[in-house]
Write a protein that binds this ligand. Structure first.
Ligand SMILES: NC(=O)c1ccc[n+]([C@@H]2O[C@H](COP(=O)([O-])OP(=O)(O)OC[C@H]3O[C@@H](n4cnc5c(N)ncnc54)[C@H](OP(=O)(O)O)[C@@H]3O)[C@@H](O)[C@H]2O)c1
Ligand SMILES: [Zn+2]
Ligand SMILES: [Zn+2]
Length: 370
């Protein structure tokens, strides 16, 4: 069958032939790929800065943002049946019994660094006609989410981040768990840095949690990303038009920053204007560049005098996948056109070269398998 992958030793990217998977354990599910999202991680693997084939393989099959349909189930599979739509998670635990996070099912916090990731590190990904996966790593998506469920994986980044934000907010003695029927972000202001798929999905999550939400990104208005976020009640501001100081003046006290820009200069510039008791969540993974100057004294003074928190988050746990599925339902109900228009292009496998190596375009592009 056909798959899309990279040969790091030959510095080659493209369509390759791969054996169809077999069900080799009774808890395994065979999945037919429907759609696979492409993101910056896939494009970076194609520049060979990282990305590791499985042991014994010359190539790595790409793809970690997948939606598929179940074709066959092993005899011990309990909660998944043929015809179900499924979304797989990405990271798999390390083998060390001493790794508490992996042993507890939280490989997103793996403490040994020996985890593997499908489509990224030492395990083939999902950009292939069919794949096999253990039931425990698959999440069933309802049929009515068929045209957007490929967004589950990128949405999990915001889901995990927000789950942690609410735990951290409980450090504030006057915050009670839940506010009755009022969304927890009511009365708070959130800023999202970057208007790529991670930023836009994060911004939608913040609005649904009640935050007054701003997206601070690059391209000047008018542009399609600005139009999309403004359609859901988010204010879009370009840093080419407004400096960080001008932007902060516009917003007022910034309670939360959800960084999804991946550019350290922009992130640290905005960290200077984080508000009282504010939380700054880093999700971006910058490519290594020479060191930059930052106003460290100001930042350190603020962190202390304003009781601020700075936190990073990678990948996602089971709860985040379940929450992303639930939230896509909410988004579809509230903003059906906007959530669908996060997917800006659907392409055949033959377009993989252009999508992976050409100029980045649109918000989320997907490869369709059937
Ligand atoms: N933590 C995790 O587990 C995780 C998972 C996935 C991705 N990520 C990271 O999350 C980040 C965002 O991913 P993405 O896929 O959404 O990226 P993306 O599609 O490349 O979007 C980046 C956004 O940032 C904006 N931007 C770029 N340079 C800027 C600058 N100098 N000033 C202001 N805005 C700027 C871009 O503006 P334009 O619209 O003008 O191009 C774009 O809107 C990346 O760093 C990625 O590695 C992390
Ligand atoms: Zn991705
Ligand atoms: Zn581990």
């Amino acid at each position: 069958m056909q798959a899309v992958g990279v040969y790091p030793s030959k510095k080659a990217v493209g369509i390759l032939e791969h054996l169809r998977p077999e069900i080799q354990h009774d808890d395994v599910v065979k999945v037919r790929s429907l759609e696979v999202g492409i993101c910056g991680t896939d494009r970076e693997i194609c520049t060979f800065v990282y990305g590791e084939p499985p042991e014994g393989s010359e190539y790595l099959i790409l793809g970690h943002e997948s939606l598929g349909e179940v074709g066959e189930v092993g005899s011990a599979v309990q909660n998944i049946k043929v015809g179900d739509l499924v979304v797989p998670s990405v990271r798999r635990p390390c083998d060390f019994e001493t790794c508490q996070p992996c042993q507890a099912g939280f490989q997103d916090f793996c403490a040994t660094g020996e985890f593997v990731e499908r489509g990224i590190k030492a395990r083939h990904g999902f950009m292939t006609e069919e794949y096999a996966e253990h039931e425990q790593f698959l999440y069933v998506a309802p049929q009515h989410l068929r045209d957007i469920a490929v967004l589950v994986e990128p949405l999990t980044i915001a889901e995990k981040a927000l789950a942690h934000v609410w735990q951290m907010q409980l450090r504030l003695p006057w915050i009670k768990e839940g506010l009755g029927d009022v969304p927890k972000g009511t009365g708070l202001k959130a800023v999202v840095l970057g208007a790529g798929s991670i930023g836009i999905l994060g911004a939608m999550k913040l609005v649904s949690e009640g935050f007054e939400t701003y997206v601070y990104s690059r391209s000047k208005k008018p542009n399609p990303k600005a139009e999309l976020v403004e359609a859901v009640g988010i204010k879009y501001i370009s840093n080419l038009e407004y400096s960080v100081e001008e932007f902060a003046e516009m917003v007022g006290n910034i309670d939360l920053v959800y960084e999804a820009v991946g550019v350290s200069r922009v992130a640290y510039d905005v960290l200077r204007v984080l508000g009282d008791n504010g939380i700054f969540v880093f999700t971006g993974i910058p490519v290594p560049n020479p060191p930059i100057e930052i106003d460290a004294d100001l930042i350190m003074r603020n962190v202390v005098l304003k009781n601020q928190l700075i936190v990073g988050t990678v990948n996602a746990d089971s709860a985040a996948f379940e929450a992303a599925l639930a939230d896509l339902d909410v988004f579809l109900d509230r903003w059906p056109d906007a959530i669908r228009s996060v997917i800006t292009g659907r392409f055949g496998i033959e377009d993989c070269h252009e999508l992976l190596l050409g100029k980045a375009q649109g918000i989320k592009n997907v490869i369709q398998f059937s």
